[in-house]
Design a protein. Structure first.
Length: 327
């Protein structure tokens, strides 16, 4: 029996659904495959209904019916979208064996890629569109972003410097030196989510914000530096949509005073809800070991200064839990 025949059928299905054949997208970057009509919009945003079609070695394929073109130009009424099979890569969206209505998909033109996928699709004119973001239409007005969490950043007037990708050092006992870290990076990075990049904003010569965009499909990290405080948030997309951990943490705050004094974690039941708890970890001096963990239940906002804690867990210098106290 020819065991390669089913694999061939799967590959053929993927090529058909994603518009990927053996024809190269001729012409220079930013031109359509016939070389006659230039693609003036490098960003494409469409509203679609997406139906799961099949899975293969590295991902899933969805048949997308175009309901509206919100930005850019697209002649296709239906296209096959390929996505990575990474679990929960797009939150609760684009999971196998499901269909979705009113998804807003944002793509960027990738003139370097002549064959698809992943992740994205090849249109009828031979242009390859790389998937950048996925949002359900009904949540567009409620999905928190970095601009919501850090309004001082959204109003910041300085321009960002772009560097080649590097990981920011873990925040522990020693107060970070973002300026020195940036000096070690290679300048001239490009906004490429496949390889990742670093953006930095300075104010009066001091680093104010750093955004590390990890290589796709990993999440990014945003850092806000203010005196002895470093605020950290995790981003799902290069547009700044926020990520929340499985235990409900969406933001961390590190406070330094002759070493790491405390770390504050903010909890939500889901990313659109208000804060339901705040944990404040105070550390033994000159160590990364917590001495106390204070929990504040249902605070009225992120500021816990002057508020009474609801419970406190006490640890010894070895990190062993000693007791829990109620207030």
């Amino acid at each position: 029996m020819n065991r390669g025949f089913p694999d061939f059928l799967i590959l053929l299905s993927v090529l058909v659904l994603t518009g990927c054949g053996t024809t190269e997208a001729a012409g220079s970057a930013g031109t359509a495959s016939d070389g006659n009509e230039a693609v003036t919009d490098t960003t494409l945003t469409v509203l679609v209904d997406a139906d799961y079609t099949l899975s293969h070695g590295w991902g899933h394929v969805f048949s997308c019916k175009v309901k509206d073109v919100l930005k850019g130009k697209l002649e296709d009424s239906v296209f096959g979208l390929s996505v990575y099979a990474t679990i929960k890569l797009y939150g609760d969206l684009l999971l196998p064996f499901k269909e979705y209505h009113d998804l807003m998909l944002t793509f960027k033109l990738n003139p370097e890629r002549k064959y698809g996928p992943p992740p994205g699709f090849k249109d009828f004119e031979g242009n390859y569109w790389e998937l950048e973001n996925v949002k359900p239409l009904y949540r567009l007005n409620h999905l928190p972003t970095l601009e919501d969490l850090f309004p001082e950043w959204s109003d910041f007037e300085g321009n960002a410097s772009v560097y080649k990708y590097a990981e920011f050092p873990d925040l522990k006992y020693n107060k970070p030196a973002p300026g020195n870290w940036l000096k070690s990076l290679c300048p001239g990075g490009i906004h490429d989510t496949l390889t990742g990049y670093v953006q930095a904003w300075k104010e009066n010569g001091k680093v104010r914000f750093i955004w590390v965009i990890n290589p796709y499909p990993d999440c990014g990290r945003f850092y806000c530096f203010s005196g002895d405080t470093v605020d950290v948030a995790t981003t799902l997309t290069s547009q700044g949509a926020l990520f929340m951990t499985e235990v409900g943490i969406y933001k961390w705050c590190y406070i330094y005073s002759e070493g790491l004094l405390s770390k504050i974690a903010y909890h939500r039941k889901n990313i659109t809800d208000s804060i339901w708890a705040v944990d404040s970890l105070e550390y033994w001096k000159n160590t990364d070991i917590p001495h106390y963990i204070y929990r504040y239940m249902k605070p009225k906002g992120p500021d816990i200064a002057g508020h009474d804690w609801d419970s406190r867990t006490v640890f010894d210098r070895e990190g062993k839990r000693l007791k829990e106290e109620k207030h």
